[in-house]
Design a protein around this ligand. Structure first.
Ligand code: SAM
Ligand code: SF4
Length: 473
């Protein structure tokens, strides 16, 4: 496949061929990790430097179990040193699964005749969102197939509908999007609806493999997808999320390519991506795929630790594709967001069934715990669940970067806002035992704040207990 990096060039922006498979392979083939070098690279990350391709290659090539453990330890230390024990909770909501593409790994691909196709009406969106609000959610990611039905205007409309739905004390305060690439005008339309992050995964960064896995439709155009988030940034969307679908090709290649994509954003826009996602391939309806590149649990946990160290300033998103035990381990490497109470079947939040129905979902998930169960487990691990949406709403975009780079930012904003949004959850949605556990975590977290902030937060907590909502810094 010929790769034309200039095809979708944005005027006045550098758009060099930032994914060059030969260059990436030359790092993977050329770098030999020694103990000294691995330690040096880990330390560079702990000193808050983003790693270069060569440094990341040192880590992806490390196989000595003792050194791999040091990489994981490094990721845990970075999390402790910079991010602390907060974890932000969200839920996905599939709006429509019509799709004109034929991605071989996906249950929604056009050639899968068995799937039930649905586009939620405004009323159906209301039912799903009310169910999510009844569970305590405040942040959603809306997901769409690629289809003429899902125009920028349609996407913007659905975002506005979601923001307008309020049930009891429930409301959705941040709506993120995962949808097909748009042009700059399209992104402007979606931006005006007040979205948070626009997320698109490249699936595989290898152009040849990409071509083989995307059999038809607009998604076949590798460069249109690779340059999508450039257009989103150009249109004024500040927070963009990248990702690769692990299991399509060699995971080491995808990790380095993700870092190369990050370099590109830094060079062209002076910002990195807001989040990195690392979905791992799951079973889906009628899929028949080469299993050669499936990623083992061992490699998967390692690669997440490497991503944490390689780009220490981004948010990292871990989804319910993974089973609870893997999520628990990986969370300790500095994941910033997880979903909870997830159901990805169309209309799944109101039409719940015992077993998953692959005819109604894109792929199988492995963490089917309710939001309350996830929160309960987070408490057991001494984590502080957060529903905070403050930065986005007061225009502090790029909050993950600020958490990382602005001294005192976490203590000043993130921890207080996590405490306040958790208290809202406990007051409005938690049963008794969970409420008690939650207030213990809040008490502990208050002690980590400087005295002058603590008093202010305690006063706001009292106001929440008396029925006020949506208090934040
Ligand atoms: N249709 C849009 C697109 O492809 O960009 C929306 C995204 S899709 C609904 C969300 C993501 O799910 C895809 O980008 C892909 O990475 C992931 N995905 C698709 N099939 C999957 C599977 N079998 N297992 C795990 N993740 C999968
Ligand atoms: Fe459509 Fe996205 Fe599935 Fe591809 S991954 S078939 S674009 S829904």
């Amino acid at each position: 496949m010929i790769y034309h990096p200039e095809k979708y060039k944005i005027p006045d922006r550098p758009m060099e061929p930032f994914i060059d498979p030969e260059e990436i392979w030359s790092y993977i083939d050329g770098v030999k990790p020694t103990r000294e070098r691995v330690l040096e690279v880990i330390n560079r990350s702990l000193n808050k430097h983003r790693l270069s391709l060569e440094e990341t290659a040192v880590l992806v090539n490390t196989t000595d179990p003792e050194l791999v453990e040091l990489i994981k330890q490094g990721a845990r230390m970075l999390k402790q040193k910079i991010y602390g024990n907060r974890i932000v909770l969200f839920a996905p909501l599939y709006i429509g699964n019509y799709c004109t593409n034929n991605c071989v790994y996906c249950g929604f691909r056009i050639s899968n005749r068995d799937v039930e196709r649905v586009t939620l009406s405004d009323e159906e969106i209301r039912q799903q969102v009310e169910a999510l609000e009844d569970n305590g959610h405040k942040r959603l990611i809306l997901v769409y197939g690629e289809h003429p039905k899902y125009s920028p205007e349609f996407i913007a409309h659905t975002v506005r509908v979601v923001y307008s739905i309020k049930k009891g004390k429930g409301e959705i305060r941040r709506v993120n999007i995962n949808a097909a690439p748009l042009d700059i005008e399209g992104y402007k339309v979606v931006h005006q609806a007040g979205i948070g992050t626009y997320q698109i995964f490249q699936e595989t960064y290898h152009p040849g493999i990409y071509d083989k896995l995307h059999l038809a439709g607009k998604k076949k155009d590798y460069e249109w997808r690779l340059t999508a988030l450039d257009r989103a940034l150009e249109a004024g969307i500040d927070d963009v999320g990248i990702g690769a679908l692990f299991g399509l090709y060699d995971w080491r290649f995808e990790v380095l390519a993700l870092i190369r994509h990050v370099n590109h954003f830094e060079a062209a826009y002076n910002v990195g991506p807001h989040t990195i996602s690392f979905p791992r391939l799951q079973n889906a309806a009628n899929i028949q795929m080469d299993k050669q590149w499936l990623v083992s649990d061992e490699d998967f946990t390692k690669l997440v630790a490497i991503l944490r160290l390689a780009v220490p300033y981004t948010g990292m998103i871990l989804t319910a594709r993974e089973p609870a035990h893997i999520r628990d381990e990986i969370m300790q490497f500095g994941v910033s967001q997880i979903d909870g109470g997830t159901n990805i079947e169309m209309k799944g939040y109101t039409e719940k069934k015992e077993d998953q129905d692959l005819k109604r979902e894109q792929f199988e998930i492995h963490d089917t715990r309710s939001l309350a169960e996830v929160i309960d487990e987070l408490f057991d691990q001494d984590m502080l669940p957060s529903f905070c949406t403050a930065c986005y709403r007061v225009g502090r975009t790029g909050e993950h970067f600020m958490e990382f780079s602005v001294p005192g930012f976490i203590k000043r904003y993130c921890t207080p806002n996590a405490i306040l949004t958790l208290a809202e959850y406990l007051e409005d949605y938690a049963r008794d035992g969970l409420k008690e556990k939650g207030y213990k975590i809040i008490e502990k977290s208050l002690q980590t704040l400087p005295e002058n902030f603590r008093q202010g937060v305690v006063k706001k907590l009292e106001r929440i207990k008396h029925g006020e909502r949506d208090l934040y810094y």
